[in-house]
Design a binder for this molecule. Sequence first.
Ligand SMILES: C[S@@+](CC[C@H](N)C(=O)[O-])C[C@H]1O[C@@H](n2cnc3c(N)ncnc32)[C@H](O)[C@@H]1O
Length: 241
Amino acid sequence: MHKEFAEIYDVFMKHVDYKGWYKFLKSYMKNKGEVLDLGCGTGEFIYRFLKDGFSVTGVDISADMLKIAEEKIKSKNIKISSYKLIKDNIVSYSHIKKVDYVICNFDTVNYLENKKEFEKFIDKSAENLKKGGYLIFDAVTEEIFEEIFENGIFLDEEPEYTSIWRYEKLSFEKYFVEIDLFIKQKEEENLFRKYNEQHNKFIYDPQWIVKTVQSKGFEIFDVAKNPDFGESRIFFIFKKL
Ligand SMILES: C[S@@+](CC[C@H](N)C(=O)[O-])C[C@H]1O[C@@H](n2cnc3c(N)ncnc32)[C@H](O)[C@@H]1O
């Protein structure tokens, strides 16, 4: 996922209130420190943390997403020594160093293939967090499909692009999502380039998430919803014991 798509990811996400989301994350991050941003994408959170004096390591499986993150951070004139970007899998990256905060945003955990992979993600997070450090991530519930799709289809039309989303339930916890995206080419008024993105979404039971993370050396700090970021999104905030 997110290969060609990386190029237009920020256009596609233009309605997301990253500023508000960042503020929401910061409400759980009272002290400055080191952040590990898993599935960091195009770096929308990274540059904000850097500007506020945090140091950040971003991990993402997509080299294309990381390239955009790198360009974005450079364009903000931030000290290079305070960040690192690593192309790796968030369930198996090599040990980084102990940080104060591990974050993973925008239902990136729902892209993991199954519960085993989710558990590996938690194990790696525990390995890289300082005692008393926070693990903050969000996951969407099955209601996301009712929230976004009407009769199985979601259509998003903007002057710069049109996107058509479809989904299919593959099994009890697994969904297939396909997006056709048509981006208007700058020079040619009525010429659109077509992109296709396909991914699976794995849906976890929120109670299973809490029980599993607690069993791996964390205590629950908060479980929160924020309607600004969707009714079907749940934020989980854990503290490492
Ligand atoms: C929905 S995007 C979220 C990006 C970013 N966190 C944000 O909020 O804008 C999901 C990101 O996770 C990355 N990703 C998905 N599965 C991954 C994995 N197993 N390991 C590392 N990155 C992954 C994708 O490449 C993509 O950049």
